[in-house]
Design a protein around this ligand. Structure first.
Ligand code: RP5
Length: 164
């Protein structure tokens, strides 16, 4: 089966410092990524048209990163039944709480899976886990990542014990 791509859409290029952590994580897992700046407010036509054609263009999941009154994830989700992962960005005087609530509080019928404020790595991992449902190699890479993480934590605990 052909490897599905992940779309990483951000509301502004000012979101890139956070978003690039998601891109890096996806690339490390060998997942093809396409990244765009598109805004629910500033380029609503481009955003909706992208979402409408995303499935036929080979995408398996969409990450939508936006700050402030963050409607990007919801607008993309309104135009596709692909899974949309909302990544609220801390880009405002409200420290991202505005973006978190705007992204997570979707009305029934149009789901958006929302990760933590600036939670770029988890957005990427969630997209990878969604693709891994149909991709055994990717599932194996995710298992390996978890094992490495476990080892790293155990190693930290060992160091801590010997330093106390
Ligand atoms: C949102 O407004 C963007 O996602 C960004 O987080 C925020 C500020 O955008 P800029 O004014 O920096 O372009 O739409």
């Amino acid at each position: 089966m052909e490897q599905k791509k992940v779309a990483v859409i951000m509301g502004s290029d000012s979101d890139l410092p956070v978003v690039e952590k998601a891109i890096k994580q996806l690339r490390e897992l060998g997942i093809p990524v396409e990244t765009h700046v598109m805004s629910a407010h500033r380029t609503p036509e481009a955003a909706s048209s992208f979402a409408r054609s995303a499935r036929s263009n080979g995408f398996g999941a969409i990450i939508a990163a936006a700050g402030k009154a963050a409607h990007l994830a919801g607008v993309l989700a309104a135009h596709t039944t692909l899974p949309v992962i909302g990544l609220p960005i801390k880009s405002s005087t409200l420290d991202g709480l505005d973006a978190l609530l705007s992204t997570v509080q979707m009305p029934g019928g149009i789901p958006v899976a929302t990760v933590a404020i600036d939670g770029a790595q988890n957005a990427a991992l969630l997209a990878a886990q969604i693709l891994a449902v149909q991709n055994a190699d990717l599932a194996l890479r995710l298992d390996q990542m978890r094992e490495e993480m476990t080892k790293a934590v155990l190693e930290k605990d060992k160091k801590l014990q010997s330093s106390l």
